[in-house]
Design a protein around this ligand. Sequence first.
Ligand SMILES: [Cu+2]
Length: 492
Amino acid sequence: MSISRRSFLASSGAAALVTPWTSNILRAEAPLLTVASRTLDVKGKAAKVFGIAGANGRQGILASEGDRFSGAIHNGTSEPLIMHWHGQVHAAAEQDRSRPDGGALAAGRHDTHDFMLTPGTHWMHSHQLTEQQLLAAPMITRERNAGDVQDVVLMLHDFAFRSPAEILAGLGGSTAHGGHAGAPASAPRASGPSGMNHGGMNHGPGSSGMMPGMGMMPGMGQGMKIHANDVAYDAYLANDRTLDDPEVVRVEKGGRIRLRVINAATATAFFLDTGLVEATCIAVDGSPCQPLKGRRFPLAQGQRLDLLLALPGDGGAFPILAQVEADTRQTGVILATAGATITRIGENAREAATNATLALDERLRALDPLSQRKPDRTFHLMLGEEAGYRWTINGKVHGEHQPLEARRGERIAIMFMNPTSMMHPMHLHGHHFQVVGSRAGQFAGPVRDTVIVPPHTPVMVAFDADKAGRWYLHCHHLYHMATGMMTELSVA
Ligand SMILES: [Cu+2]
C-alpha cells in the first residue's frame, strides 16, 4: 500500500480526468518505485539510460494532495544510488539520501519511505553523475484546487552518448576535490589549464576570497564576457524524444491545459515557448505565484514551471518548444486536437536565444509570500571559478566548505554574488525560499527551491529555517556541483 486510499478516493474524480496513470499507484505491494536501466531510441541510435518506474511501469509518480509517499524504492541498477526528492519539503533529512553522510543505496537493495507529498510539480533525481543518464522522473502531486484542466507533463533533458565521466574529463574537471559520495572515482584528474569550453571568450575573474558589496561586483557594466552551454550534447529531449519524432499529446478543442514543465537537464537552461498560445504562469518550482501572462519563460536546471493554456475553440496543433539558452537548438512536444495537421519542426530555431536571466523572477510575485520579518542571519556566498574546472563557494570546494549554521525557526537571508563567467542555478534542499532581491531592488518575488544567479548579478533569497538537519546548498549544473560548488546549511 503506498498512497493513502482515503485521500485518493476523495480526489479520484478530478484525477480520472487528467491522466490514466494515477489509479495504478495504489497497487504497490511491489516497490513503489524501481530504478533500472532502459533503452531509448535517440536519433536512430540505441541509448542505454536509467529510469524510475512506478508499480504501473510508467516513469515517476502522479499523486493527489493529501497523499503520502509511502513504500519502497528499489535500486535495480548495478550501481550505488543517491536519490534526491527535489522539492519535497516534508521529507525529513533521514529520508533523503542526498544529505551529508547520507550514504548510498546499494545495488539490489531498497529504502522504505513515508512522508507527506508536497503539492505541486516536483521531481526526483540521482544526486550523482548518473543524473546525466536520465536517472530522474516527475514527482507531481496534483493540487486540491487544480480544477478541471488537463495536466500535461513535460520533462526536459540534455543527452549525450558519452558517459558523464567522459564529459567531466572533457571539461577538465575532477570529482576528486569536490565530489561527494557516490560520484565515481574513475574520472581522471585533470592538471594544467582549464579545459572549459569558453568558445574563445575570456575567463571571468576568479573568486580569490574577495567579498565586495553589492554595488561593487567585478566587471559590472564593463561588457564582461559570459558564456553558457559548456557541454556539447548530442540531443535535447522532451519526454525522452527529440523533434525528429516528438511526442504528440492529444488535447481537446477549446481545452484548458496545465503544462507542468520540469528542467531535468544537467547542464542546460532553456526558454519554454508556447508559440501561438498565450500562457499564464501560475507556479514555479511547484509553489504558486500570482498569475503572469507570457509566451516565453526561462527555466534553469532543476526549475519547474506550471503554465495554464486556453486552447482555441477551433483546435489545431500547438508546438510547445524549449530552446537552449544562448543557442538555436530546441526540443519540445506538440499539443494536437483530433485530426489536426502536424508539421515537422526543425531542431534549430531561427535565432539564438538570449542567456537566461532573473528577469522573470523580478516580475513574478509569490501567492503566499514570507511574513514580514528581519533576517536573523544573512549569509554572503561568493560563487567562484578556478583553473582546472573547479567551481567554488566562498573560495572552497565541497569537502573544504564551512557549513552555514542556523537555528531552527530563524529567518535566513542568503546573498549570492557571482563574478564567474556562467549562470548558476542555486538549489537548497529541504526548504523553499523566496527570491527577495536583485539589482532591481527588493521585491516579494516567487517562492522556489532553485534560483538563477546570472553572472555579475547579485541575488538575494530568504526563508525560515524550519527543518532540522543538514541540507545541501549547491549549483544545479551537475558538473559544477560534482567539481565543488556545493556547501551545506546546518539547522540545529
Ligand atoms: Cu554552477
